[in-house]
Design a protein. Sequence first.
Length: 470
Amino acid sequence: MTFEKLGLSEKVLTAVTQAGYEIPTPIQAQAIPVALKGRDVLGIAQTGTGKTASFVLPMLTLLERGRARARMPRSLILEPTRELAAQVVTEFETLGAEHKLTVALLIGGVSFDEQVRKLDRGADVLIATPGRLLDHFQRGKLLLTGVEIFVIDEADRMLDMGFIPDMERISKLIPPQRQTLFFSATMPAEIKRLADNFLNNPERIEATRPSSTVDTIEQLLCYAPSDPKQKRAALREIMADQKVKNAIVFCNRKRDVAILHRSLVKHGLNAEAIHGDLHQTQRTATLEGFRNGDVTYLIASDVAARGLDIPDVSHIFNYDVPVHSEDYVHRIGRTGRAGRKGCAVTLVTSHEMRAISAIEKLVRKDIDWLGDPPSAKSRDDKPRSRASRRDSSGGRGGRRERSKENSAKPNNRKQASSQHNAAAAEAPQQSKTRTRRDKSARKAGKPGGKTVGLGDHVPDFLKRPAKPQS
Ligand code: AMP
């Protein structure tokens, strides 16, 4: 398949060649001809598949006819985060180099004035986050009745960020005869309902299976102690063991982004932090520094880093296992982009094992351990997850069996020094836990701490006298 065969205009084809794109990616090959026919598209694709160009290229072709009017944009692209919105503007600038289209970026965290000036002059393309778009609308600076093409990007992220009511409001402000291009990496029920409401007889296009992870990414899990100081030390050791060119380190909480950032800088690493509480100018400068190689480690929260297109990230480190499995897919999708190789290492504490099982189910593969997985003993200090119970009962060829397989291989990663240290650091805590448990067991008259039957606890319903059946 070539770009020439997709039906794009001459101007667009020239810009595509200048951008160095030689062959369309699968989502582009499927979505572009459908979008050019004016049909609605339901695209299931994650970032890194070339999905942005799959809507930017047909839009450029379609917008060649007609011109913008003041305060009445002709097309609207909704993005969940400011960074993503800014990134789509860049893609428009690259691929629209041959066009004289006006692009307005409406995002929060920056002044309204410049945005209003752009709207007044007339924008062909509006790229916006939902909140700021509605702010402009409420101030009477914007009419959406001229929108012919409506793009919703990263819909599942919009859901995570609570933007569904805003999106529904926005959709009602746009004429129903518009063309809608709707993209999501995953299709939970709420997104499906939204797509059914927003789209008119769409062509469903699935570039990769839902929530799949790109094959060029090596994925690894690594057991880490729960103690924050020891966990940070474990992370530094893993980082030192890997050949890191540049990396994004994800934390679940903004607070931990800040703490980890300070700690890594203190240990001499070239790191910057990015999260939603930072001022937009600071976020932009940090990202720019990371893109151009001035910053080696970007410590990030999910919101700030979602969908970022930084073409050459060698590693992703998940300092925490993401709470939502879908976030795992998005996080690791920051590496291995456009066919490059990447590596994603996830630190796992004993109480995060359940989340790992959910992730493995979502990505439909067992992820290898860098070193030993938490042993059954080390997991005894926490309530055991269903996954671990399955493992110990010999379930689906559990994690311990996989670990044994790993250890049989020569040059096994098990040798990683970080792992031994991390496990050793956790050890004193485990023995304390076990001692406490043995003492209470002895008190209860159960030698060796083995519980027989229901132990001391007999549920109330069993103590009730049995009623004879009539
Ligand atoms: P996206 O999935 O839209 O975030 O795109 C990921 C990266 O792939 C971006 O850096 C694009 O510039 C690049 N890209 C998109 N389409 C192509 C293509 N057909 N050939 C090569 N690179 C591409």
